[in-house]
Design a protein around this ligand. Sequence first.
Ligand code: ADP
Length: 315
Amino acid sequence: MDKRGYLLLDDVTIAYGKSVAVDRLTLELAEGELLSLLGPSGCGKSTTLRMIAGFVPPASGHVMLNGRDITRQPPHKRNIGVVFQSYALFPHLSALENVGYGLRMRNVAKSERRERAKAALETVGLGAFAERLPGNLSGGQQQRVALARALVIEPEVLLLDEPLSNLDANLRAEMRDEIRALQQRLGITTLFVTHDQQEALAMSDRIAVMKDGLVQELGAPLQLCDAPRSAFTAGFLGARTVIDGQVEAGTFRAKGAGRLRRGRSPGRRSPRRRRRRARSARLRMCRRRWTGSSITTASTSPRARCRSCWNGRGD
Ligand code: ADP
């Protein structure tokens, strides 16, 4: 089988009534790859993830997993682990029972269920917390229980829907690194949904940038940062300055660059503008001079003081 097409979304459209949330999406994940769906709220990331998990049926198109067509399979028959933003843990079940729940649904015998759930909790570093209820665990620990619950079924694909957004900034960075290390250690094919570009850049093998139900651009993090093909991608990945223009014969020419250059040339500044610049330079000097001076009063603004300098009263 083609390693690239381990998980394949083939021309998938998803609609809620008449409203199209995902429009003819084609995307493939290689085995063992972590691909992020990155985009603003409402662009169709979670809908795509829910469709892969089997919770939302596509209006058209196919989903192939490891060579099988799973488009019409119910969620519990797909071997897919999901971690939701809210963790969705059962509050009345212990961490161990929460993790073992998916195995119970798959009719795994009790003793094996216990062993596998324990091992999954060990994997995420929570072996000592097996008997705790979710309410007695921290946010990060609950997040790990949710991760263990997704991993315990030995899924062919792991789907992570904004799993870090309920954590504080420090824990988020820590969990981000932990999840990535675990994903690489287990070699599990993972689709990660996020609107946070730093998360996507830090964790992904590739990123699909989405907007309005469409993938705008797909590539490795560095490739998207260094050579984005659209202003949207550049902006979403954190570029603060986007210069409009075009490449002609290998040279980038900014739109209106000629006018900008003329405006900046000191020789072409109008006398009024030169006077204004000189005044503001003097203002800066005066501010420095008056700082800490006994003449400075609380009610006198720096500008007013400088006016008095120019009137010959202070300078
Ligand atoms: P994202 O995850 O990128 O924030 P979603 O996939 O949740 O976006 O939503 C994509 C679009 O589908 C949005 O316009 C949203 O309002 C709409 N949508 C999501 N869920 C439903 C639903 N259950 N019923 C109707 N529209 C929905």
